[in-house]
Design a protein around this ligand. Structure first.
Ligand code: SF4
Length: 503
């Protein structure tokens, strides 16, 4: 998951995206980047670095982001790479000059690298799947007739990308001197929304973004979602062109409503906040049926707050905050050091002892993935003197890996993998555990078809887990056979990092 945005038709578009990226910070805290394009000088300007949006863009960096077209990215990393070349946006000079950002994950990474290397004589520089999408787009565009229609050439290039690249990807990109374009994978797994703003001269500026709240600060209004398989292009005269190129059944990620997206946004006509209220209501009825003896209902901050509020109303017991999230502890580059990371994670949630001592507490969370956070919270509450502790999850048990851009690609690490709910309750050390069943979640979302692969095991885009985890991308940090054999740094007693350790 990452936050992506693209804007055309606004003065100082790059600087405006700086503000909009704050609205997408929750989708990625590892790094941030902005690429702007100045039509009058025919110049790109690129600024990107590790860190939060507010840390990366100092005034001198913002001042360089000139032009009326720009792309922005907040990065959520699936690997521990520390190479600046891996950060987005990426730029390729030929053909035209293309800049690109994406959200998602390409699942046939090695296959595309082999295709690019052997059939197209293009060598990807790093281990970033965006680079593959960028090269595939560039290759398709370079093959088009330069005297032909650019929109047609671009659509043909994007269709080739959609046919060759499997997985989940929403992409926003720019073509130097020409305009801004966007496309989605044929299943529409990750969100991409279109916003627009009427200008005083009668023209319309356009913005593509992962979530609706990115439009608010820009003065844009939500127009519509990008459809699965859709391609859209806004030329430099601000004419909008769009068509659906490759579409199969739509499979938006159900976790966007449960956990990933901000509550202010909507997708497929469903408000995230309203969905979370509804999930709380359904969960409340299940807790009632189980006869949980509860003094207070409390959210695990922050995502589950609307669900916990509604659940408390259903049970007619007080809603309380028993855990306070430290807003200043953020995932950051320094947390890549394991010892520091452990220390910092321990500071993230603090118990409100006065609200906990002697009370039976029903904790509401959005999901239980590995169970590490839930375990830590239960230990905190026990230490603070809680009576009984019940746990309610708005998602069904997560039993299967996600290969589409969310950070749990290894099934064996999941608490729900191979465990019954009773065994999960025991592993968490709680007095009662309830999950919203898959059918109720599906009904509550009200979207005709969804990706629910991590709970159902039915993957809309089939993936071989061994191939995926064995891909060169996940092996990037492991020394290849023969490499550094004589190096003073090599330690024969240490095996190379496994894929699991490297990612
Ligand atoms: S597997 Fe789960 S988290 Fe991944 S895209 Fe599908 S629903 Fe979302």
């Amino acid at each position: 998951m990452s936050g992506i945005i693209g804007l055309i038709g606004e003065r100082n578009a790059g600087q405006k995206l700086y503000a909009a990226l704050y609205a997408l910070q929750h989708r990625g805290q590892d790094a941030a980047g902005i690429l702007s394009y100045n039509f009058s000088r025919a110049q790109f300007h690129l600024e990107k670095d590790y860190g939060l949006v507010g840390d990366v863009f100092k005034p001198h960096r913002l001042a360089r982001l000139k032009g009326s077209m720009a792309l922005g990215h907040t990065r959520y990393s699936l690997s521990d790479g520390t190479d600046q070349g891996e950060l987005q946006p990426l730029v390729l000079s030929y053909p035209y000059g293309i800049g690109m950002v994406h959200d998602g994950n390409v699942t046939n990474y090695d296959e595309i690298v082999d295709f690019l290397t052997h059939s197209k004589h293009r060598r990807p520089f790093g281990f970033n799947d965006l680079e593959l999408l960028l090269h595939l787009t560039a290759d398709g565009l370079a093959a088009g007739n330069p005297a032909g229609d650019l929109v047609h050439n671009l659509a043909v290039a994007v269709r080739q990308v959609q046919r060759r690249a499997r997985g989940a990807y929403s992409v926003v990109a720019m073509l130097a001197d020409r305009g801004l374009f966007a496309f989605c994978d044929p299943h529409g797994i990750r969100p991409l929304l279109i916003g627009r703003k009427r200008r005083e001269n009668g023209q319309t500026s356009y913005c593509f973004a992962s979530e609706e709240q990115a439009f608010f600060g820009l003065g844009f209004e939500y127009w519509r979602d990008m459809a699965p398989g859709e391609f859209a292009f806004v030329d430099r005269e601000l004419h909008f062109h769009a068509s659906v190129l490759e579409q199969t059944a739509s499979h938006p990620c159900m976790f966007e409503w449960i956990y990933l997206a901000g509550p202010e946004t909507q997708w497929h006509g469903r408000s995230v906040y309203e969905v979370r209220l509804r999930l709380g209501e359904l969960l409340g009825r299940l807790c009632q049926a189980r006869g949980f003896d509860v003094d207070v209902v409390a959210p695990v901050p922050d995502t589950s707050r609307p669900a916990a509020c509604r659940l408390a109303e259903v049970l007619q017991v007080p809603y309380r905050e028993v855990l306070i999230k430290n807003r200043y502890v953020q995932r950051s580059f320094i947390e890549r050091q394991a010892e520091l990371r452990r220390a910092i994670v321990g500071l993230k949630l603090a118990p409100v002892v006065s609200e906990i001592r002697g009370r039976s507490i029903l904790l509401v969370d959005d999901s239980v993935v590995r169970g590490t956070t839930a375990n830590r919270i239960v230990a905190l509450l026990r230490q603070a003197g809680a009576g009984k502790i019940y746990f309610a999850s708005t998602s069904p048990p997560v039993r299967h890996a996600c290969f589409y851009g969310i950070d749990f690609p290894r099934e064996q690490e999941l608490l729900g993998n191979g465990r019954t709910e009773a065994q999960m309750q025991e592993a968490l050390g709680v007095d009662g555990l309830v999950f919203l069943p898959q059918e109720q979640l599906f009904d509550a979302l009200g979207v005709p078809s969804l990706c629910m692969a991590c709970v159902s095991g039915n993957y809309p885009v089939p993936v071989d887990a061994d191939d995926f985890l064995g891909s060169r991308r996940f092996q990037a940090d492991a020394p290849a056979a023969g490499d550094d054999a004589d190096s003073a740094d090599s330690n024969p007693s240490q095996p190379p990092a496994s894929g699991a350790d490297a990612a």
